[in-house]
Design a protein around this ligand. Structure first.
Ligand code: UDX
Length: 439
């Protein structure tokens, strides 16, 4: 099929390359000209395992191209809208201006019978509004909502082998036509037996925000347990293992630590609360405010722990921060818990050196006040404390004996339960972690 993908950020770029991989002819439309050129040259503008290879393969096959001109979307049977919906400045609500303007300008080149597919995460009610815009301007054109659940670090795998396909469709025969087009786009994925949920716009929109809210709640639940463990001397890791054996609960997303960050969970739960308020149903989601609060408290607690380890004062202390991306295998530093902690430590008088295997360039650009170095050893040189704040493999595999040679004091704070406590303690380190006994 001929497919256009409007917006080639994280979601759109991966989606465009994946659709070409499935055998479609794809044009990615990206208004940021340097980014479009980078993609067209086969270079990934962000760190994502497997993406650059997929991009190069798809470009070489001749089935993928990029453009900054919306006119190049003309003639595609299906148009995916993949632009961002960031949090509004100073508000909880999502900023819909990119989705609205992308859809609006798409209607200039859209023809009857073509399908617009929204993939961005939007407040419930947006699809119905955009459907009116699309069909108002181009009678006979269709709109569907098909949320995306990709995780950074697994984006290619999640796009080509999703857990489920969710289609939010208009009523009646328009819905049947839209479904047939989507099934054709995803023929390979459908043939794999991937479960499908075919529903209305509102449910499809809510599936995404409900899923992210559930994940955020699960993380904050275990982090609340970590707070209690700190008060009682219990161990949150063992607690998570024990409750996780119950397969109604499950062990995934029960890793206590610094909590969630990134471009999705924090802003999605806030936008969900804001939308519930507009709908007069804010009580239903007040618990998400607590989920957010628990999450933010973990960052404060980490700074306190660092101060404790530094004999009660951060002033003049050297601190190594290992990890800055909001999760490993990503260079994304949006709402990064690690950088939040690093900046706080510096504000409170510590000399902080940060390093991350992929995000160093992004930190230098966005946080010029932080000192960024290339290796864990450089960061830890004569340090009074080492904080592991993103669980990169490189940090998990550090040799505590050799690493102990570079620091001034062997004090490690494990913000992600990334290290083996016993090995580090055996190598003479004092070990502290959120929700765990000191070692
Ligand atoms: C999330 C959703 O998982 C994905 O389905 C959706 O499409 C986009 O948002 P992502 O933002 O890539 O994906 O990250 P995710 O793997 O969900 O992790 C989010 C944050 O939670 C990270 O900061 C991570 O470190 C943290 N986390 C995750 C924990 O603190 N504990 C856990 O047990 C799991």
């Amino acid at each position: 099929m001929d497919i256009s993908v409007i917006g080639c950020g994280y979601l759109g770029a991966v989606h465009a390359a994946s659709m070409a991989q499935l055998g479609h002819d794809v044009v990615g439309i990206e208004v940021d000209v340097p980014k479009a050129e980078l993609l067209a040259s086969g270079t990934a503008p962000f760190h994502e395992p497997g993406f650059e290879t997929l991009l190069k393969d798809s470009l070489a096959s001749g089935r993928l191209r990029f453009s900054s001109d919306m006119a190049d979307a003309a003639g595609s049977q299906v148009h995916f809208v993949c632009v961002g919906t960031p949090q509004k400045r100073g508000e909880y609500a999502a900023d819909l201006r990119y989705v609205e303007s992308a859809t609006e300008s798409l209607t200039d080149v859209l023809a009857p019978g073509e399908l617009v597919v929204g993939k961005s995460t939007v407040p419930v009610g947006t699809a119905a509004r955009l459907a009116e815009l699309v069909t108002g301007k181009v009678p006979g054109a269709l709109l569907a909502w098909n949320p995306e659940f990709l995780r950074e670090g697994f984006a290619v795998q999640d796009t080509l082998h999703p857990d489920r396909l969710v289609y939010g469709l208009p009523a009646g025969t328009d819905g049947d036509t839209a479904r047939a087009l989507l099934d054709e786009v995803y023929a390979t994925i459908v043939a794999d037996g991937t479960p499908q949920v075919v529903t209305d716009y509102a449910t499809a929109e809510m599936v995404k925000t409900a899923a992210n809210s559930f994940l955020a709640t699960k993380i904050s639940f275990i982090n609340a347990m970590a707070e209690l463990c700190e008060a009682t001397g219990a161990d949150v890791k063992q607690l998570a293992d024990a409750i996780g054996y119950d397969d109604r609960i499950g062990r995934k997303f029960l890793n206590a630590g610094l909590g969630f960050g990134g471009g999705c969970l924090p802003k999605d739960i806030r936008a969900f609360m804001a939308r519930a308020g507009e709908l007069g149903a804010d009580q239903a989601l007040t618990f998400l405010r607590e989920v957010d609060n628990i999450n933010m408290r973990r960052r404060i607690r980490m700074v306190e722990l660092a101060r404790e380890v530094c004999d009660g004062s951060l002033l003049g202390k050297r601190i190594a921060v290992l990890g800055a991306a909001f999760k490993p295998d990503s260079d994304d530093i949006r709402d990064s818990p690690a950088l939040n902690v690093a900046a706080q430590l510096q504000l409170q008088g510590a000399t902080v050196r940060v390093t991350d295997p992929a995000a160093n360039e992004n930190i230098r650009r966005s946080w010029p006040q932080l000192e960024v170095v290339e290796t864990a050893e450089e960061a830890a040189h004569r340090a009074d404390a080492v904080l592991v704040l993103t669980e990169w493999k490189q940090f998990r595999e550090l040799d505590p004996v050799a690493f102990g040679q570079v620091v001034a004091r062997k004090a490690v704070l494990d913000g992600r339960q990334a290290l083996d406590r016993d090995t580090w303690v055996a190598a003479g380190w004092s070990y502290r972690a959120l929700g765990r006994r000191a070692g």
